[in-house]
Design a protein around this ligand. Structure first.
Ligand code: XMP
Ligand code: MG
Length: 183
């Protein structure tokens, strides 16, 4: 869906589909260079990472195996607490493998910090994170993120996989949701 079909739901488009794709191509070149011997297993976090995964995987010029996890973080409303429940686990055994977590957005960092540690405990050879978006000013814990698409301000954003109440995921761009939609 294009932003023009959303009327006044969006207060601004932050990154267009084209900007997102171009940035992912740059990240893909870095990733290829960083894994010269064995491609990493890409682990996407459902549902938000679906679009990033689809575009990143096709951009990578090596065999990009994909696996998926679904997690929910317990917390008040939209704030994550760092207590995470696995709703869908990996199919693959990751012991001894290089893993690259593919995420849509890092906000407080609590979910990703937990997930990275969880995958390390399973014996992964390495665990790195690639995220399309990051809100540096919202970080509550330090998370080592190897690949970042764009740093964005602390605003609620939708599109390119990101939802509000399960809508807007299929918006092509990343946009700031107008406050009147959720208040
Ligand atoms: P933490 O805070 O643990 O949480 O880094 C990351 C998860 O929170 C959701 N999230 C958002 N979802 N627009 C969204 O649609 C946003 O601006 C936003 N900020 C955080 C998202 O599910 C992410 O995986
Ligand atoms: Mg969400």
């Amino acid at each position: 869906m294009d932003a023009k079909h959303l009327g006044d739901d969006l207060s601004a488009v932050l990154h267009t589909e084209e900007e997102l794709r171009n940035r992912l191509a740059e990240l893909a070149r870095e990733i290829e260079a960083d894994y010269p011997d064995e491609p990493p297993l890409l682990v996407g976090v459902l549902k938000g990472a679906v679009m990033v995964m689809a575009d990143l995987a096709r951009e990578l010029n090596f065999h990009a195996q994909m696996d998926w996890m679904a997690v929910s973080s317990y917390g008040a409303g939209t704030k994550s607490s760092g207590v995470v429940k696995i709703l869908k686990d990996l199919d693959a055994d990751i012991a001894g493998r290089d893993v690259l977590i593919v995420e849509d957005i890092i906000d407080s960092g609590l979910t990703l910090a937990w997930l990275k540690e969880n995958l390390e405990i399973r014996g992964a050879k390495s665990v790195r994170i690639c995220t399309m978006l990051r809100k540096p000013e919202a970080l509550k814990v330090e998370v080592d993120v190897a690949y970042v698409g764009f740093d964005i301000p602390v605003e609620f954003v939708v599109g390119y996989g990101l939802d509000y109440a399960e809508n807007y995921r299929n918006l092509r761009d990343v946009a700031i949701l107008a406050p009147h939609v959720y208040s």
